[in-house]
Design a protein around this ligand. Structure first.
Ligand code: DI6
Ligand code: FE
Length: 403
């Protein structure tokens, strides 16, 4: 813990949404002391101990929150799917497009063909767009390589984005996103390749912070996911799961069985799945961008999640197919209007709870000892962050430059 008097920066005259308690954890007329990238003191300015700050900045009554966290993205990928988007709006079906080689496999081809530099150059503006909205931590999944070489390439690019920008990048291996063409009809063999060859290389290279899978009728079965999760646990990597997005495949309960950090999507999750998540402490990550893009009508069981005390996060699911959305503010706005989350739930879901979904306990709230990742806003109340869309209300993003 950094001693209080070793202070680099003192922010004063702030209205603080700490997100560490009920009603946004508000501290009116507050101050925040920062040293070595950590919050060393936070509270009402009237309680501020005597100090000798290196630099004191008055925020003149502006609101501050924890920097936002986008806990579910696929933002490293080659090409785009705008053409099939247009085809669909001209009446083509998913099946027509898939049969013509479109859909996720067109992104897999483009990602395999792209160099690491090309993937990096395409992804950097997406990271910058999220940071421009106040995002300080982003989770990036692999899953468009579907071969050892290309999955490692994707994860390396994601790691490089974290080194080259002030944003914290957390990476997730999602090799079990869909069955690659080389293993059509042999999904079990592909799961074995991931478990026996890819995962050990990922761990040796420290390329992933977690493992994810797509448990769905069009992707992988519960048994195949269970095998992958058992191997992940052996290698010390936590797990997350794309669960019950298009059907009730028991994904939420499967995630809970493996103490997953989160289960994501959840449109078709059953009451038993919710109860299992409540018992395990898994976070529910809601992805309104995919819900909107797919024209889904089955809402995730928000009231059941609330009743069972399952923490709810919100993320962009930024991906070229079902959520070509690189805006955390749009995700918040959609979660409020489609899923009827309150503005406070939307903000908690992109700060405190999003940190939980990534297994990070050093951020997501403004409290002593936490990272000094702070978003400064031009709003009259934090509820505006889920109310407006398209208005650039971020005044400044302060990110700790320590690991
Ligand atoms: N769920 C989705 O909606 C995306 N992946 C997943 O697991 C779809 C990805 C794509 O269409 O490119
Ligand atoms: Fe996803």
């Amino acid at each position: 813990m950094v001693p209080f008097n070793a202070m680099d920066l003192l922010l004063t005259d702030a209205r603080i949404a700490t997100m560490a308690g009920d009603d946004y954890g508000v501290i009116d007329d507050g101050a925040v002391a920062i040293a070595d990238g950590r919050i060393t003191w936070i509270g009402p300015q009237s309680d501020l101990p005597d100090n000798a700050a290196t630099t004191t900045r008055s925020l003149a009554g502006r609101w501050i929150t924890p920097a936002l966290i986008d806990c579910h993205t696929h933002l490293v990928f080659g090409g785009d799917r705008a053409g099939e988007f247009e085809q669909r709006l001209r009446g083509a079906s998913y099946e027509d497009i898939a049969r013509a080689g479109g859909g996720i496999m067109s992104t897999v081809r483009a990602t395999r063909e792209a160099s690491a530099d090309e993937l990096y150059a395409a992804a950097l503006p997406r990271v910058q767009a999220l940071a421009a909205e106040g995002v300080g931590t982003i989770e990036i999944k692999s899953g468009y390589g579907l071969s050892i070489e290309s999955e490692l390439k994707m994860l390396s690019v994601a790691r490089q984005l974290g080194k080259a920008t002030p944003v914290t990048i957390r990476t997730t291996l999602l090799a079990a996103h869909t069955v690659p063409p080389e293993f059509q009809g042999n999904a079990d063999d592909y799961i074995d390749l991931i478990c026996d060859e890819l995962l050990p290389e990922v761990v040796t290279g420290q390329l992933a912070d977690a493992v994810d899978a797509y448990c769905e009728s069009i992707a992988f079965t519960s048994n195949q996911v269970a095998k992958l999760f058992e191997r992940s646990a052996e290698l010390g990597l936590p797990v997350k799961l794309h669960a019950d997005q298009l059907s009730d495949g028991g994904g939420a309960a499967l995630a809970a069985r493996f103490d997953a950090l989160s289960a994501d999507h959840l449109e078709y999750t059953s009451p038993a799945g919710v109860a299992a998540m409540a018992a395990s402490g898994a976070v529910a990550v809601l992805l309104p961008g995919a819900f909107l893009t797919l024209g889904e009508t089955q809402l995730p069981p928000v009231n059941s999640l609330r009743k069972h005390g399952v923490p709810i996060a919100v993320a962009t699911d930024c991906n070229p197919g079902t959520s070509p959305i690189c805006s955390i503010r749009m995700a918040m706005m959609l979660a409020a209007r489609q899923f009827r989350l309150t503005p406070e739930e939307c903000l908690a879901g992109t700060t405190r709870v999003a940190a939980m979904a990534l297994g990070l306990n050093d951020r997501g709230t403004l409290e002593t000892g936490k990272r000094a990742d702070i978003a400064i806003w031009d709003v009259s109340h934090p509820r505006e962050l889920a109310y407006w869309f398209g208005t650039p209300q971020l005044s400044e993003l302060l990110l700790a430059d320590t690991p």
